[in-house]
Structure formats: structure tokens, C-alpha cells
Design a protein. Structure first.
Length: 149
């Protein structure tokens, strides 16, 4: 085999290897882009879930104010309270839909900072690293997540 043929054969092998490596790199970049997009969408949904949860808590505080006002002898407008309760029902429906999209079970514990799922034994969030408990135990955190006092 002549030197030219050997050189052309080597160059052809290098060209095919470079093309194959380029295709692998493109495939890897595409997969990384898809994963980053999935992470971004999930983070956006978690933020929406946290916003809805906070809005529900604010509406529940409003209901508490209506009830306390009635208790102290200054009755509140029952239509306003009924409207607020309907808003809460609507917000809870939206929250359930968002939680379903991110695969969060209704009974799942969530980080109060980023909304990521956490386990009762976790002391720090595995997503954002924030501390989950100050002087409270995991049982207190779980009770708070379940709406108990």
C-alpha cells in the first residue's frame, strides 16, 4: 500500500471519528438542554405551588378574622366570608393541579423555602440547602405540614 493510500485511509478514519464524536456531543448537548428545561419547568411549578399555598394561608387568616370578629360581638359580612371560602376552594383546586404536575402527593412534606419534597428525617432541604427546623422536631414540622397545631 502506498504512502498516499495510507494517509488517505488515516484521514478518512479521522473524519469518521470526528463526525461520530460531533454527533455524540450534539446528542449530549440536546439531552442536557432537555434536562435543564425539565428542571426549570419543575422549579417554576414549585414556585407557583408555594405562591398558591401562601395565598391560601392569607385567605384562611381572613376567614379567621371574620370568625373572631363574630365571636367578639362585631359580626362580619357572611357574604364576604363565603366569597373568601370559595376563593380558598378555587386556590386549593389550582394547587392540587400544580402538585399533580410535579408529582407531589398531597400528604408529601415540602420545603417552606423552595417547595421541594422533603422527608420527615431531613434537617436540611436536599434541593436548596435551607434548614428545615430551628428548635422544632421533625414531628412538629410534619404536624405543621398537615395543618395541625
Amino acid at each position: 500500500m502506498s504512502d498516499n493510500k495510507k494517509l488517505y485511509s488515516l484521514l478518512d478514519t479521522l473524519r469518521r471519528t470526528a463526525a461520530f464524536t460531533g454527533n455524540l456531543a450534539l446528542g449530549g448537548a440536546y439531552l442536557a438542554e432537555q434536562k435543564a428545561e425539565d428542571i426549570w419547568k419543575t422549579a417554576k411549578l414549585r414556585m407557583e405551588a408555594n405562591r398558591l399555598d401562601e395565598e391560601i394561608r392569607e385567605r384562611l387568616q381572613d376567614v379567621g378574622k371574620y370568625v373572631y370578629a363574630t365571636h367578639t360581638g362585631s359580626p362580619s359580612d357572611s357574604d364576604e366570608m363565603h366569597e373568601t371560602l370559595q376563593e380558598i376552594d378555587h386556590l386549593k383546586g389550582k394547587l392540587d393541579a400544580v402538585n399533580q404536575k410535579i408529582g407531589r402527593r398531597p400528604e408529601a412534606l415540602a420545603c417552606p423555602f423552595c417547595g421541594a419534597d422533603v422527608q420527615p428525617e431531613d434537617r436540611y432541604c436536599r434541593e436548596c440547602g435551607e434548614g428545615l427546623f430551628e428548635d422544632n422536631s421533625a414531628e412538629d414540622f410534619e404536624d405543621n405540614q398537615n395543618g395541625e397545631s
